[in-house]
Design a protein around this ligand. Structure first.
Ligand code: EPU
Length: 417
């Protein structure tokens, strides 16, 4: 099993390019299942999750080819509307095939995702919405089976602006009869891109990027090409490293997607310069303590909560980090404490007393973003850190160690049995 090793305590400098967004490419690949024909998706990140989605698309019958960062999906041969447990259990985003496949076949069988490392993560909002559109849903041997002769547009009031439920409703409703309105829809840039992609496929959608999305059903969609937006979470991860480790520039990103992150970094004493597609961060001389709440977009993203904590463990004073999206997403705390951090958890709030130095340690990845926080802490710590179970990090970051090497970090991957 591969491990990442870091000889920490070195300053970072230089620049890196940000890759395409994982959380945009996965639903966009699923959207391509709705239509016959070839869709060319560019700026596709080479991630474990991208490859898992390709495997799933091929099981469903799509033809995929992936070269450099260009993924071609031909949906013409799609003939098997089923997502098996083996894949869904390794990547919850597999559940994104629910919407497009019921739209296309009036039938879909998808394994019910189980819990994940940090909690239950239910899919009730997806299922309630599909039922509202007229699907009959049953659970059989761990699989959700959804059937509908015809989906009929309705108004759906989401209890929570779920990213995945909004994506699935969009993909199901584009070819439903009549009008579907999603109230309290997710406003994340990745969902905005899904809307725009579906529009380019012939869908009639109004209100993209807002909390009220209106979908007038059309008879059919056609294939279309798209370039994936930059990964704001990858960018935020490198910004968190820059905040404590040196002046770095991140290129090929969209600063508008990172407003809350930039504001908070400035609040704790970092200097930020932006252009249309880059951000340069200079670290704070002294990191000021800060109370953070991770929220839905445009609030500070839960996907950067762990990385933010890796900054605050070195702040001068006491800080809090509260996660309002996932109440249990704190598996990084005991691992960060192994570096000498001082973090206590009470419900969904972490209480952090800043320390002056961190010491390298063997630590274990537990999920994508928790792993990123361990790498940042390892880069800041004195001595050697060994991060195990790094398959988590490969799910969401394209060769993270190579990008950090470009910035001058001493970080490498080894195959250790
Ligand atoms: N929720 C429900 N019922 C549902 C769906 C969601 O109660 O049917 C709750 C969840 O338990 C959670 C909240 O609603 O408390 C938000 O979940 P959401 O559905 O918005 O999350 P998701 O679609 O499962 C996506 C990202 C996550 C990211 C969240 C929140 C993808 C593939 N995944 O998940 O990304 O954390 O939105 O922004 O887009 C990651 O990249 O590391 C990651 C976990």
């Amino acid at each position: 099993m591969d491990k990442i090793f870091i000889d920490g305590g070195k300053q970072l400098a230089g620049s890196v390019d940000i890759s395409g967004a994982k959380n945009a490419v996965l639903p966009i690949m699923a959207s391509a299942l709705i239509a016959n024909g070839k869709s060319v998706i560019s700026r596709v990140p080479k991630l474990r999750d991208t490859y898992t989605m390709i495997r799933l698309m091929e099981i469903i019958g799509a033809k995929c080819s992936f070269k450099d960062d260009i993924l071609t999906v031909d949906g013409t041969s799609v003939n098997n509307p089923e997502a098996p447990y083996d894949l869904v259990k390794t990547m919850r985003a597999s559940f994104y095939v629910l919407g497009p496949l019921i739209a296309r076949f009036g039938y879909v069988k998808v394994s019910l995702p189980g819990g994940c490392a940090w909690g239950p993560r239910p899919v009730d909002l997806h299922l309630k919405a599909l039922e509202k559109l007229g699907a009959k849903i049953t659970l059989k041997s761990g699989y959700i089976i959804a059937k509908a002769d015809k989906l009929i547009g309705k108004t759906i009031d989401l209890d929570f602006p779920s990213v995945g439920a909004t994506g699935n409703i969009l993909m199901a409703a584009v070819t439903a009869e009549g009008t579907t309105i999603i109230n309290n829809a997710a406003r994340e840039p990745e969902i905005d891109q899904v809307c725009k992609y579906l529009i380019s496929m012939g869908a009639n959608i109004k209100g993209s990027g807002s909390s009220k999305i209106i979908i007038h059903g059309v008879e059919k969609l056609h294939s279309a090409n798209v370039e994936i937006i930059p990964d704001r979470i990858e960018a935020g991860t490198f910004l968190a490293a820059g905040a404590i480790l040196g002046k770095i520039t991140l290129n090929k990103l969209n600063p508008k997607h990172l407003v809350s992150v930039i504001n908070n970094l400035q609040e704790i004493g970092c200097e930020i310069e932006t252009t249309q597609d880059s951000i340069t961060i200079s670290p704070a001389d002294i990191i000021k303590p800060f109370d953070l709440k991770a929220e839905v977009y445009p609030g500070f993203p839960t996907d950067l909560q762990a990385q933010w904590m890796a900054i605050m463990i070195l702040a001068k004073g006491s800080s809090k980090v509260t996660d309002m999206v996932y109440y249990d997403r704190f598996s990084h705390i005991p691992e960060l404490n192994r570096f000498g951090a001082n973090i206590r958890l009470n419900k969904n709030t972490a209480y952090i007393d800043g320390v002056k130095i961190l010491k390298g340690a063997p630590v274990m990845s537990t999920d994508i973003r928790a792993s990123a926080s361990l790498i940042i802490a390892g880069l800041a710590a004195e001595g050697v850190t060994e991060v195990s179970r790094i398959y988590h990090i490969d799910r969401g970051y394209e060769k993270i160690e190579n990008k950090f090497k470009l910035l001058g970090a001493e970080i490498w991957r080894e195959n250790k049995l």
